[in-house]
Design a protein around this ligand. Structure first.
Ligand code: SF4
Length: 202
């Protein structure tokens, strides 16, 4: 989460987090709505709990464009990753209302990033500093992945729990995982065809 903040020039005050990690109690029938997004234990994992990171799942929607890209001026980018053009965003927030994952974030306040924390390697549709009054979201680190690098969150994960790859490549690790592991997506019933999968390691 904090690797994403640093890489993508997210505001430190007020804080913006494109990834949110929910803490949930173990047990049958747990619902994401019951999760605690504000947990602060001295150590993780806490006994009897597990953790669910949530971010933009790059869903495809049931029509041509994802739900979030239908109502507002910012549209899908050619690689199928939805991005926001911060110069065109008028701050109407219809895209936020349309996103069933709560994955978009609005800059209510003026974003603030300490000068020495600024990532100067930016992409115009990704991690360049944003003004107040626009929406932003995970771009799958467009400034990295366009150069063949892993997203910051995947690179930072100390246990390799995050995998990133080309779903269209039948020989990719990501395809292997999806075809051989137990996999789930959030809110499958909405038929948004998310491209963010959760898999069981065993
Ligand atoms: S892919 Fe990049 S922008 Fe998206 S959550 Fe991971 S670090 Fe943040």
């Amino acid at each position: 989460m904090y690797a994403c903040v640093e890489e993508n020039n997210q505001s430190r005050d007020p804080q913006v987090h494109w990834i949110r990690v929910f803490e949930m109690e173990k047990g049958e029938g747990r619902r994401l709505l019951e999760a605690d997004p504000y947990y602060a234990p001295p150590e993780v994992p806490e006994d009897g709990h597990f953790y669910v990171p949530v971010q933009c799942p790059a869903s495809a929607g049931t029509r041509r464009a994802p739900r979030c890209a239908r109502p507002a001026p910012p549209g899908p980018e050619p690689t199928a990753c939805v991005v926001v053009d911060y110069d065109w965003c008028i701050g109407c927030r219809y895209c936020m209302a349309a996103c069933p994952y709560g994955a978009r974030h609005f800059n209510w306040g003026k974003p603030a990033i300490p000068t020495d924390a600024l990532n100067t390697k930016t992409h115009v549709l990704g991690n360049r500093p944003r003004p107040q009054g626009v929406v932003e979201k995970c771009t799958f680190c467009i400034q990295r992945t366009r150069d063949g690098r892993y997203p910051a969150c995947a690179e930072a994960c100390p246990v390799g729990a995050r995998k990133f790859g080309n779903l269209l490549d039948p020989d990719s690790e990501i395809r292997y995982i999806i075809e051989h592991k137990r996999v789930l997506v959030l809110k499958e019933e909405l038929n948004t065809l998310p491209k963010f999968f959760y898999f069981y390691a065993t």
